[in-house]
Ligand binder design. Sequence first.
Ligand code: ACD
Length: 132
Amino acid sequence: MAEFYGKKYKLSTSENFEEFMKALGVGLVTRKMGNSISPTIELTENNGEFSLKTSSTFKNSEIKFKLGEEFDEETIDGRQVKSVMTREGNKFIQVQKGDKETIIEREFTPTEMKAVMKLGDIVCTRVYKLQE
Ligand code: ACD
């Protein structure tokens, strides 16, 4: 079992999230909310079934997936997409296909999780620190 399963990581730094949300068409009020909160992320695994939970004072979300198998997802901003998650070592790579294609790479270490979210030319980097 990977040592980062079941650990909680809390948002510490965020770059370009405003631009990323704008490019997705997220409205002003939700963008302000998105910029002001520090969500917590937790990845768990059970017999090849993964769950990625994102919790915040604004919204909570959970996606459940198996590696390499497409699943339907409603994103936090309400888009309906087809997602596939693959894994390279401790990096989980999610491709979301819908009106817009986004790629979210989440790399876990024992002390932090770095999420790099890409939409066209826009790259947003969010670093989460292990919650003690
Ligand atoms: C995170 C949040 C990852 C969000 C990634 C894509 C969602 C796209 C746009 C966000 C829209 C609104 C932002 C509002 C809240 C963000 C956090 C909500 C937590 C459930 O990985 O940090």
